[in-house]
Design a protein around this ligand. Sequence first.
Ligand code: HEM
Length: 501
Amino acid sequence: MELVSSAWKHASASMLGKNLKWRANFPLRIWYGMDPFDFFFACKEKYGDVFTFILLGRRVTVCLGTKGNEFILNGKLKDVNAEEIYTGLTTPVFGEGVVYDCPNAKLMEQKKFVKFGLTMEAFQSYVDLISSETQSFVAKGKPFHGDSGTIDIVPAMAELTIYTASRSLQGPEVRAKFDSTFADLYHDLDMGFSPINFMLSWFPLPHNRKRDIAQKKMADTYMEIIKARRAAGGKRDKGEEDMIWNLMACVYKDGTPVPDKEVAHMMIALLMAGQHSSSSTSSWILLRLATRPDIQEELLDEQKRVLGEDLPPLTYDNLQKLTLNAKVVKETLRIHAPIHSILRKVKSPLTIVANTPEATNTYQIPTTHTLMSAPGVTSREPEFFPEPMKWEPHRWDEGHPLAYTRLGTDQEEFEDYGYGMISKGASSPYLPFGAGRHRCIGEQFAYVQLGTVLATMVRHVKFRQIEGKQLVPTDYSSLFSRPMAPAVVEFEKRKSVKEKN
Ligand code: HEM
């Protein structure tokens, strides 16, 4: 049996060899930090699917491939743990008693509350709200100044994402506050996710002090909203389907209603978890569309063909019929998933068998190691996705030459981890929302949000790459990857919007 520590020595020693790429001259953590996929693929080629490197003082064992995804993401609770890794970073931002500041069983209950709050009625009301926020952003938002011009996509999409999420999931009171106080508080709170906080989240650095003040103010604001709603008799207007209402009515299995403070903290968690991932994805969608005017026209044609030439208002039901629209989101998440690395703490010694370029090895992973899963690697592998770095939404059409190749019998398995039946999913090479008990709870919301923003944008604006400019590379310097700023493209409002202005 080969020990992982010997694999580590082998890896680190060989990385310093002469014939490797220039990046290999950097310490591994810097190479990883600058371009994790370049790092993963180079290590995979040399050492196979399992290898160890040192990151921020920790021995991190990476397990790639569909087997590696399965091993980590569907690992047993007694073997792998998320909260011990994430809590230092997330608890000061979200607040106590929720997500990674509670036992896993409690998180599963909280995920169930959120999942069951995302009802069909909720989604139906969200499409209308998100679409009207997007229309007014295109018509009046500062980034879309004039009938045509250039736009820096990343800050523009960050702003729009906050408006659409707050107007729908977070509720009208929170949306109103984003026009005033919340934007600054949000910014200060967000600084709590600086990568340095993986090590120093407790240290009274200026950004951490601001984070703590912002967390308290934001939680207090949510609690005031809850109190005011209760004082008004707890009655909601028809069509008010936000998550605060839902959580206010939830009761833990032991009979305890969710305390207001935990409702507030869960709302902050949902705001923060959704913001970066959705705004990064919508930015990539628009940047990719700017390189493919043909797909923009196809998307508009699809809407006219399926919904009618007069383009009636978007609804949840008619959004489901826009298959190319959904494929644009899906293909963007294949190459540009915002979370490139998923971490777990090893709780009991683990054994994994993996292929190296020369042989099949068995590795033991001790409890001193952290596990890293990177499902974005399998979604970039040519054995599953021909010409993997080509952004082609039509590869999701049946029979397309670039279609996803199912290897072997990847039969879908289902399991209930405590928040309803979900696909275990880790045998799939396409896992932008993770898998297993920590699988994303916001997937359906993200599809509604991104799909509605995309369908609305296509109706009102055309995007074009600036002549001579290339698609920007990815910025991996923060916890969530996103397009490197500035990512500027040209826009031109379609006639319908120009007339309204
Ligand atoms: C977890 C991706 C949007 C809430 C995750 C995980 C991934 C992910 C990969 C798993 C992390 C892990 O296993 O350690 C994404 C992507 C999104 C998205 C690609 C959009 C394109 C959202 C939204 C929300 C949300 C909109 C909230 C409404 C959460 C929460 C967790 C999570 C609360 C933690 C679940 C747990 O640890 O059990 N997300 N997410 N996400 N996501 Fe998302």
